[in-house]
Design a binder for this molecule. Structure first.
Ligand code: ADP
Ligand code: MG
Length: 378
């Protein structure tokens, strides 16, 4: 039997939980020629909802859709490389006409695309090194999107990365192109809400007002509980709603962590007639057990003060003022200046992130499993 709790890849519509309102909002914004700025905490479901939107009939049937994740890109050149490759790969199954239009436009990299002399199938041989004139290639790519024989939608995931590119004025460059386009609209998405909001909502920035912001929150508890009950019922098993609700609260409604627990729980061979809280707890313990070795190594790579601060954050859950006397005293930490230094490095290495509550920062751990483990151990 297939496990309905998908952890990777494309989730079939049937096992995609809720997000109806958000899906409709994004779909209709795109259909009305708007761009969307999609943000949320990590692992809440941005990437999956983008895929889900692109899988809607009214989108699938009428648009070319493209998706790139630029998380690992460190330069404009690399981003252009990803864009070019994605377009090519998506167009191959659409046939020769669609493809030749693309190849005819991206002249600066045409040499990287060829036909297999034996089978006649299109071959791609695009290497990062082929992008020798990224700005020109980018322009050609946008020219293609503008001239394509169908309207296009392009999702650029982890878009905040462009702020880290070494080239100057990337935002202005992209904005100049995007502003002119009628045939292609964009979803920009990412977890770094702070960088993205600055990019899109400061008056002085090129992307100011150029996309409709949408914040993806937790899936509502009752929707998630109903979904999990349904998934278990399909396999002839019953799960106690309180057990699902317990898991939801334990992970504060962060989609991936709950989903991982139910994925593993579903895979367990249990005799229980009614699956209760105890089995959820056992599954969580097993996950932490599997992660233990890695967690220990992670902790060994931190300095004493970094570890102390991280443990304190794990214990408190959320912390609004990590350098305040109260937090320092409660957790027997040294001076506030050393805590501040530790916070900076913990944020950089992404152990710690923050959410905005009433326009105030509140710090919390990024990895909810590691958070639970730290609470247990220290
Ligand atoms: N609507 C959903 N239905 C079912 N599972 C989901 C849904 N949204 C997210 N998930 C689960 O959470 C994981 C993380 O989602 P993802 O879209 O990768 O998050 P993000 O891009 O925000 O970091 C997915 O791999 C999947 O297991
Ligand atoms: Mg993602």
């Amino acid at each position: 039997m297939i496990n309905p709790f998908y952890l990777t890849g494309i989730i079939p519509g049937k096992y995609f939980c809720d997000r109806e309102k958000e899906t409709n909002t994004i779909t209709s914004l795109l259909e009305n020629q708007g761009n969307v700025l999609l943000t949320s905490a990590r692992k809440m479901g941005k990437t999956q909802i983008i895929r889900h939107v692109f899988d809607q009939d009214e989108i699938k049937d009428n648009y070319y859709t493209f998706y790139v994740d630029i998380y690992s890109a460190t330069s404009l050149r690399e981003m252009v490389f990803f864009l070019g490759k994605e377009i090519y790969q998506r167009l191959v199954p659409k046939g020769k006409r669609a493809l030749s239009r693309f190849l005819g436009t991206v002249k600066s990299i045409t040499a990287a695309f060829s036909l297999d002399p034996v089978s006649g199938n299109p071959r791609i041989n695009l290497q990062l090194g082929d992008i020798t004139t990224p700005e020109l290639t980018l322009e050609e790519i946008f020219d293609y999107l503008e001239a394509a024989d169908k309207p296009c939608l392009f999702a650029i995931d982890e878009f905040q990365q462009i702020a880290r590119f070494p080239e100057k004025n990337i935002e202005a460059l992209l904005r100049t192109h995007i502003q002119k386009m009628n045939n292609c609209h964009f979803i920009f998405s990412g977890s770094d809400r702070h960088i993205l909001e600055q990019m899109f909502s400061s008056y002085s920035k090129p992307f100011y007002n150029s996309a409709q912001p949408l914040f993806l929150d937790r899936i509502p508890k009752e929707k998630y509980v109903g979904f999990v009950i349904g998934c278990f019922a399909e396999s002839g098993r019953e799960i106690d709603p309180d057990a699902v609700s317990y898991c939801y609260d334990l992970f504060d409604g962060y989609t991936f962590y709950m989903h991982k627990v139910f994925h593993d729980l579903f895979a367990r061979d249990t005799e229980a007639r009614l699956i209760g809280k105890d089995l959820v707890s056992e599954t969580v313990d097993a996950i932490l057990g599997e992660g233990e070795h890695g967690y220990r190594e992670q902790m060994a790579s931190l300095s004493t003060i970094q570890k102390q601060v991280l443990v304190a954050i794990a214990k408190e859950g959320t912390v609004s003022q990590p350098t305040s006397g109260g937090f320092i005293k409660r957790n027997s930490l040294p001076s506030s200046s050393s805590v501040q230094k530790a916070m900076i490095s913990l944020m950089e290495s992404q152990y710690v992130t923050y959410q905005m509550i009433d326009s105030k920062r509140s710090y919390l751990m990024t990895d909810k499993f590691l958070e639970l483990w730290l609470r247990l151990i220290y």
